[in-house]
Design a protein around this ligand. Structure first.
Ligand SMILES: Cc1ncc(COP(=O)(O)O)c(C=O)c1O
Length: 463
């Protein structure tokens, strides 16, 4: 089959059989899909051999680049032994070794690892554990059955994780299916709900959080938070001190704190985990995405002894955590995760990252002068550039303008793959990206935002 025919065939099969996630399929069927066949380092390569910089780490997962020799090797070595066996009633070598490594790098106090296979399941497990913990702790805690979560939060797509989500665009429709959670304001400084400016605000959003936590402490099991960055809402970076305050409030009012480090974990914010920036140790921590360096689906929910101990007892007492996914602790994924974590030390990833973070910060300042760039948010290697129709009033673009989509489509012409969150242009390159590649990403994004928002080019879209 010649190349053209193969492309057409794949495109036809895709459109015939695949329902893509978070995608309006009508739009999809009207355009020519980009089909990826290979990857190397910071690049994705399509079926025609065209190379694209992977500007969002293949949905925030790639850490050391694609086809990283050490991770390839670890997976191949493991596959020669066994691809999968269960953790239900058995154990396996890579899952054991990985658990030790995770606890060694995790914030202090976390001592036990419960595996699953996606960020959503890691969160779902965290919620169920927090709930069951209080049920088993004693009769006086039986009322602690609710959760506190943040507006603009995103914790995944399963029903439990959607229940503690706070993005109406994704979550509204499912309301009748969800359990209620008490909501606190999102620390979204650019559009502060209290009309204050940091630092003069004295973290009024945290004061508000205190009023909610205090009021509902008696019937609340846990508060769940994306530490430092609310990712899917558009990389909303919380002001310094906010996370620390929330941790302190949870301790004061006897509410567990669940840190959802699914997006922020494994170096994304410049530290191994975002909690480290404010010296916070959560009671429960959910991790996924970067855990395998972007190779295989794996997730983990880490807990403190106090929680684990509440489940520990005689079989007949039924304190068991009755939860477990089929691929829990999968040996192949665990082997990839071990290699991923080892590379952090071997290649001094976090030390080397600091220079790149500084460069990003400096270059992003240039974007401020663009006519339609309202806000630039950055924490380490997590960047959100919020585009607005009117900078003075902060008026957003109407949905029909699909401004974020137009910018990322333009970037593709320059060989850059990025994915927006509404009107927010997201940058989250692999931590291993080279300086000249990072420079190219920033040059392209600057040009594309300018050209699309200032209408220097005619973008023709049929949707
Ligand atoms: C903070 C956070 N939690 C949970 C999830 C869900 O992870 P997954 O898509 O692996 O289920 C995501 C995904 O983007 C996330 O950003």
């Amino acid at each position: 089959m010649n190349i053209k025919n193969r492309d057409k065939k794949l495109e036809g099969l895709d459109k015939k059989y695949i329902w893509h996630p978070f995608t309006q399929m009508k739009d999809w069927t009207e355009e020519t899909p980009l089909i990826i066949e290979k990857g190397t380092g910071s690049y994705l390569i399509d079926i025609n051999g065209k190379k694209y910089l992977d500007g969002v780490s293949s949905l925030w997962v790639t850490v050391h680049g694609h086809r990283k020799k050490e991770i390839d090797k670890a997976v191949k070595k493991q596959i020669d032994k066994i691809a999968h066996s269960t953790l239900l009633g058995l154990s396996n070598v890579p899952a054991i070794l990985l658990a030790e490594k995770l606890i060694k790098i995790a914030p202090k106090g976390l001592t036990k690892v419960f595996y699953s296979d996606s960020g959503s399941t890691a969160v779902e497990i965290a919620l169920k554990m927090a709930f069951q913990y209080w049920q088993q702790k004693g009769a006086e805690y039986k009322n602690k059955i609710k959760f506190i979560s943040l507006y603009n939060a995103y914790h995944g797509d399963t029903i439990g994780s959607v229940s503690v989500g706070g993005i109406d665009l994704f979550h509204q429709i499912y309301k009748p299916l969800l359990f209620d959670s008490y909501k606190i304001e999102s620390p979204y400084c650019y559009r502060c709900r209290f009309n204050k400016t940091y630092p003069d605000c004295n973290l009024e959003c945290a004061d508000y959080a205190e009023s909610v936590i205090k009021k509902h402490a008696d019937d609340t099991a846990a508060l769940i938070i994306e530490p430092l960055v609310q990712g899917a809402a558009g990389m909303l970076v919380s002001p310094p001190g906010y996370l620390r305050r929330i941790r302190e409030l949870c301790t004061r009012y006897n509410v567990l704190i669940i840190a959802d480090e699914v997006a922020t974990g494994f170096g994304r914010t410049g530290r191994m985990f975002a909690c480290e920036h404010e010296d916070v140790s959560p009671d429960i921590m959910a991790v996924a995405k970067g855990i395998t360096g972007g190779y295989l689906p794996l997730a983990a929910t880490l807990v403190i002894d106090e929680i684990f101990n509440a489940f520990y007892g005689e079989y007949k007492d039924l304190k068991t955590f009755f939860h477990g996914h089929t691929y829990t602790g999968n040996p192949l994924a665990s082997a990839a995760a071990i290699a991923n974590i080892d590379l952090f030390k071997k290649e001094k990833i976090l030390q080397k990252l600091q220079k790149k973070i500084k460069y990003l910060t400096i270059r992003l300042k240039e974007f401020k002068s663009l006519k339609h760039v309202g806000d630039i948010r950055q924490k380490g290697f997590m960047v959100g550039i919020e585009l607005v129709k009117d900078k003075k009033t902060k008026m957003p673009y109407p949905l029909e303008e699909k401004i974020g989509i137009k910018v990322i489509k333009e970037a593709r012409k320059y060989g850059l793959i990025i994915r927006p969150l509404g009107d927010v242009i997201v940058l989250m390159p692999p931590l291993s990206i080279k300086m000249d590649e990072l420079k190219k990403i920033l040059d392209v994004v600057y040009t594309c935002i300018r050209d699309v928002t200032e209408k220097r080019i005619m973008t023709i879209f049929n949707h």
